[in-house]
Design a protein around this ligand. Structure first.
Ligand SMILES: Nc1ncnc2c1ncn2[C@@H]1O[C@H](COP(=O)(O)OP(=O)(O)OP(=O)(O)O)[C@@H](O)[C@H]1O
Length: 209
């Protein structure tokens, strides 16, 4: 059974048809790589897939049920990583992650949060206000969610490698492959060429005038 599928999705922005009749089916353990030039509609598609924005036509199905009818169950099983990190700049990395875990009903100890931040190269910065961290360190803080929320069936990631250095890209790539190998499904965009040691499905959106 597909984890996520769409039926004839179309989205229009400012009178421009970004895409139409998009039909995808992402199974457990599958990676869908959404490609296309700037402005083609990749972020718009991902936001529709998360349920944050409605499509102009078509449906999004989570395990064959329309996401409008299973919104709560869907949100419990989804991690969305968008352009906006959703971190509070006045709170520290630890405080941000404690808050995110509480909101998402993820039960973790502080010890686990510190362990994950160490893995992500943030030792000594755990208690510093996130607004004082570098762009890559802020993204690493937000990426920690993927190590903390262990039960999820789908990750939707918009440009997750942006601002990460080589080591950060390697750590995240390993995590993605581990998650996929354990049956997770991933839909992602990236302007960097994907160098994951994992089979990839591709969807290319063209820029339409
Ligand atoms: N809320 C909105 N209101 C009006 N137009 C929008 C809105 N969101 C996106 N657009 C327009 O839709 C088009 C596609 O934007 P989108 O962010 O989906 O592209 P993208 O393929 O993700 O681009 P990039 O590679 O630059 O991130 C752009 O021309 C953008 O201006």
């Amino acid at each position: 059974m597909a984890v996520l599928s769409t039926y004839n999705l179309s989205v229009v922005k400012r009178d421009r048809l970004l895409f139409e009749q998009v039909n995808i089916s992402v199974q457990q353990g599958a990676l869908l790589y959404v490609k296309g030039p700037n402005g083609a509609g990749k972020t718009s598609l991902l936001r529709v897939l998360t349920g944050l924005v409605a499509a102009d036509s078509g449906d999004v199905l989570f395990e064959q049920q329309n996401i409008k009818e299973c919104a709560q169950r869907y949100q419990q099983q989804l991690i969305y990583f968008g352009h906006k990190l959703g971190v509070n700049h006045t709170l520290s990395a630890v405080e941000n992650l404690r808050f995110w875990c509480a909101v998402h009903n993820v039960k973790v100890s502080d010890t686990k949060i510190y362990e994950v931040l160490e893995l992500l190269g943030l030792v000594g910065l755990e208690d510093v206000a996130v607004g004082s961290l570098s762009a890559g360190q802020q993204r690493r803080t937000a990426l920690a969610r993927f190590w903390l929320k262990t039960e999820s069936k789908l990750w939707i990631l918009d440009e997750p490698f942006t601002a990460l250095d080589t080591q950060g890209i390697r750590v995240l790539s390993q995590k993605l492959v581990e998650y996929l190998s354990q049956g997770g499904a991933v839909i992602m965009t990236s302007h960097q060429s994907l160098e994951l040691d994992y089979p990839t499905q591709e969807l290319t959106l063209e820029y339409r005038i």
